[in-house]
Design a protein around this ligand. Structure first.
Ligand code: MN
Length: 425
């Protein structure tokens, strides 16, 4: 919904030199929001710029940022005020950081000194399944003639997932215990043998709708505060056994990792592209002219692995997945509108997962369940992986790219798998 304005100008320059470093995720055209603390300070909101964080609480105290919500200890208040507030804040921060303004290095914290926190307390987390290729690849094993769930082409399929175990990038995941049936029919309980990642886009909600009040496709874009990376850690052996008929439960609630920086919907305006053509066309309540022309986002997303041996050898992370968010069958706006069709109240700071962002290319299989359909993946050092092993680290990155726009990045979402606990006696 946001258009291009002065904050997207490719010619804009910034008095923070590192914002001009080649390949930086955080040029002045990005200005993503997050929550950070330092050894000497409590959690507060900040903006990533080059290799530094602009302290929004300090900027507010200096009178350079008007909105008191920017001085809060989380992004929740700003999310509650809606898109107008985040757009106004973006304009102020852009003016404060651009070349020609009085430099204020005293408002910056080196990113290396910033400890990142969850952007806001997550009250609700729903996870979608919006990729045709993810559904089709995995569905073929269930029913080669009808690989897609019957509703897939008619609505964005989703389930209510777990909010309390959403964690910020960098926090490790312990291999969980669970129950499943082995291929010979025997029952098993123990540490999972099929730990997986799902490369997803996080969608953070702005504003509230009253219970009973739907969100239309016209109103849905205004309810999207911004986007981040999301790893929907998945326990495949547990998930397969527990799913019928109510859907995922313990296979998904072990942990969900999100990147700390939220790239705002305003920042992504230059990267809006046409959504894939739907066949059959969506019903009118899930369709709009804007959604068809601008509902998708041109964001390249990758997932990479570092094994303990690679870490010891100093080997670079190996890219397992290289995919495009724009290929998703359902847009974020359609997810928001669908979620509130029945009047469900979406709250500021609610989190939506897009579902695994897989594409048609072999390299765009965005989880090991898909990659492993053709056998274990072989890493450059000869190691193989069917599932994530203890000590493996999974690293997501993403970058929005479009002609005539300065590319902007999402930072990272990373997490390592730690060995299972000894089950309590
Ligand atoms: Mn998922």
């Amino acid at each position: 919904m946001a258009g291009r304005d002065a904050t997207h100008d490719p010619a804009l320059r910034c008095w923070v030199a590192s914002a001009h470093a080649a390949g930086t995720d955080f040029p002045i055209q990005n200005l993503p929001l997050g929550v950070f603390s330092t050894d000497s300070g409590a959690p507060r909101c900040g903006v990533a710029i080059g290799d530094a964080v602009l302290d929004l609480r300090a900027a507010h105290a200096a009178g350079l940022v008007g909105n008191a919500a920017a001085a809060a200890d989380s992004l929740g208040p700003l999310m509650g005020e809606g898109r107008g507030a985040s757009a106004a804040l973006r304009a102020e921060v852009s003016a404060l950081l651009r070349e020609g303004a009085a430099p204020r290095p005293d408002l910056l914290v080196p990113m290396q000194a910033a400890r990142m926190h969850l952007p806001t307390a997550v009250r609700n987390f729903s996870d979608f399944m919006a990729s045709y290729d993810h559904c089709a690849r995995l569905g073929v094993r269930r029913d080669p003639k009808n690989p897609l769930p019957p509703a897939f082409r008619h609505l964005p399929v989703a389930y209510h997932s777990r909010a309390s175990s959403v964690r910020v990038s960098g926090e490790d995941v312990v291999r969980p215990h669970g129950q499943w049936q082995r291929q010979d029919g025997s029952m098993h309980f123990g540490p999972t043998e099929a730990m997986d990642y799902e490369l997803e886009m996080a969608v953070w909600i702005a504003g509230d709708n009253t219970l009973g009040e739907p969100v239309t496709m016209a109103g849905a874009p205004e309810r999207i505060f911004g986007y981040g990376l999301l790893n929907d850690w998945s326990v495949r052996d547990v998930q397969r056994w527990e799913m019928p008929p109510l859907g995922p439960f313990l296979g998904k609630s072990v942990s969900t990792s999100v990147s700390p920086w939220i790239v705002t919907a305003e920042a992504l305006a230059p990267f809006e592209v046409a959504a894939p053509v739907q066949d059959p066309p969506a019903l009118p309540y899930l369709d709009s002219a804007w959604n068809r022309s601008n509902g998708a986002l041109s964001v390249r997303m990758t997932a990479a692995i570092v094994t303990p041996r690679m870490r010891a050898d100093g080997t670079a992370a190996f890219v397992l997945t290289d995919t495009q968010f724009a290929a998703m069958y359902w847009t974020a706006a359609a997810m928001v509108a669908h979620h509130a069709t029945n009047g469900c109240n979406l709250l500021a700071g609610d989190l939506l997962g897009s579902g695994t962002v897989s594409g048609p290319q072999e390299s765009a299989r965005a989880c090991l369940a898909e990659i492993g359909l053709t056998g274990p993946v072989t890493l450059p050092n000869g190691e193989t992986r069917r599932w994530i092993q203890d000590g493996d680290e999974i690293i997501f990155r993403a970058r929005a790219e479009a002609p005539g726009a300065v590319p902007i990045g999402f930072g990272e979402c990373r997490g390592s798998l730690l060995p299972a606990i000894a089950w309590p006696a």
